[in-house]
Design a protein around this ligand. Structure first.
Ligand code: PLP
Length: 360
């Protein structure tokens, strides 16, 4: 018996196909494909027709090139290993005018997507006029010394937020600048939208791709979306290892983690925050034999759950599955979808991919 991390390939694949719905997509595969495994995710995305991928680490981009020889691979963070970019045909962000000024003589033949800063203020050019300066300067260089400017992009900082106007403001600033710059230059790739923006607005005008992550991995980016919009292929499960009776007034767990208000029956379960379950998750319930039971305390390798007489040692305890989804706990404040996904400990959880033997 051991706690497990299990992904069903067919469910994963069907979710991807349904989310993209024939829209051209750059699949965000940073952090080892949101912890689903780069190789598994890339292969599944390719089967759903995705031919463009994006990450933040050069090492990951090089790994993707080996898995997807013909794909467009876009590195969202700037690096200065320009030879590696050229050798692997990896496109990179151009994050500022100062970066361009410093490295313009080294950027020859590197594919660049020029980045507009907008309200997130994480990276990017301050204005579209600055972007045009770089385009003009690059055009004025001899062919052999030119960078290959092929893309224009931004990242919205507020697409997951409602009841505030920032998303509309950042979108308007971007679309206005994009409309202006397109008069001067023809970009092959124009992308700005994460899962939330794509689901709110569909593919925006003049865009070639949506650049989405979390929805491809089965989580809804915001609460008002119907559950059917995504399907969670990941199951995180553990086991009841003991049943114990606790008397009213007795405390369980370290430092009085929970004090019983009545005589209760508890299950001791073999999973904890050492396996990457967020501690805030302990305020909510888990699923045993199709019924929800309240978690009482989470420790490093164990948790306590209040159960009834129907629960026995060896019963499976499900922390997450499509019936008890990560996104529902995100919306209750447990932590962002990607926060819980990336916290899961693949060293201590048994990792399994379920493949459909008819296809594989
Ligand atoms: C620049 C950029 N684009 C796209 C995404 C994908 O966002 P999401 O997972 O919300 O779809 C991310 C994720 O953080 C990102 O940093």
């Amino acid at each position: 018996m051991t706690a497990k991390w299990t992904v069903n390939q067919r469910v994963f694949q069907n979710n991807v196909t349904s989310v993209i719905n024939n829209t051209p997509v750059i699949a965000v595969v940073k952090n080892n494909a949101y912890h689903f495994g780069l190789q598994f995710a890339i292969k599944s995305f390719q089967r759903s027709g995705i031919t463009a991928f994006s990450t933040t680490k050069l090492e990951e981009a090089v790994e993707i090139r080996a898995l997807a020889p013909d794909a467009m691979i876009f590195l969202m963070n700037p690096v200065t290993e320009f030879d590696v970019l050229r050798a692997n045909n990896i496109h990179m962000t151009l994050p500022s005018l100062s970066f361009y000024k410093q490295y313009k003589d080294d950027l020859y033949d590197v594919h660049l997507h020029l980045e507009f800063e907008n309200l997130l203020h994480r990276s990017g050019f301050k204005t579209f006029e600055e972007i045009k300066i770089v385009i003009d300067e690059n055009n004025s260089r001899s062919m052999l010394k030119q960078a290959r400017i092929v893309g224009l992009w931004t990242h919205f900082g507020y697409a997951d937020e409602f009841d505030i106007e920032e998303y509309e403001i950042e979108k308007e600033q971007w679309l206005k600048g994009l409309g202006w710059l397109r008069q001067y230059y023809n970009f092959k790739y124009i992308h700005s939208q994460n899962s939330a923006s794509y689901m709110r607005d569909g593919l925006l005008e003049n865009h070639t791709h949506a650049r989405i992550g979390i929805a491809l991995y089965g989580c809804r980016p915001y609460a008002s979306l119907d559950e059917n919009v995504t399907t969670q292929s990941l199951k995180v499960s553990a086991n009841v290892i003991q049943i114990r009776d606790i008397n009213q007034g007795e405390s369980i767990g370290y430092s009085f983690a929970y004090t019983a208000k009545d005589n209760i029956r508890i299950a001791v379960v073999d999973i904890g925050y050492g396996d990457g379950i967020l501690r805030t998750r302990s305020k909510y319930d888990c699923l045993i034999n199709g019924k929800r039971y309240q978690i009482l305390a989470i420790m490093m390798s164990h948790m306590f759950v209040e159960v009834d007489s129907s629960i026995n040692p060896q019963d499976e305890v499900i922390l997450y599955s499509n019936d008890i989804r990560i996104d529902t706990f995100t919306f209750k404040g447990v932590g962002a979808n990607s926060e819980q996904l990336s916290a899961l400990n693949h060293q201590s959880l048994k990792k399994e991919y379920e493949y459909d033997t008819k296809i594989y």
